[in-house]
Write a protein that binds this ligand. Sequence first.
Ligand SMILES: [Zn+2]
Length: 82
Amino acid sequence: MTSGVTRVSTDSVAHVTTEATCPLCAIVLSLDDEKPRTGTVRWELLPGFRFSVGKAVSFECPNGHTSVHDPDILKAFHSRRF
Ligand SMILES: [Zn+2]
């Protein structure tokens, strides 16, 4: 048996998703509104020296806010390390 380490091709772009509070819900929902405000950010990972740098490429929240309808939403998610 050999240890099957699969190297992911560096040509393909890696993606990860994280959860984040929706910036639009934070504005439009009142504080006592109990709707969930946590959406999903999808990050495109750009390989760096010791870490990857993620760039937000899409966002979607359970209340219908998406980067498809409002691309400016992605400005709320700054590039970060992964
Ligand atoms: Zn929202």
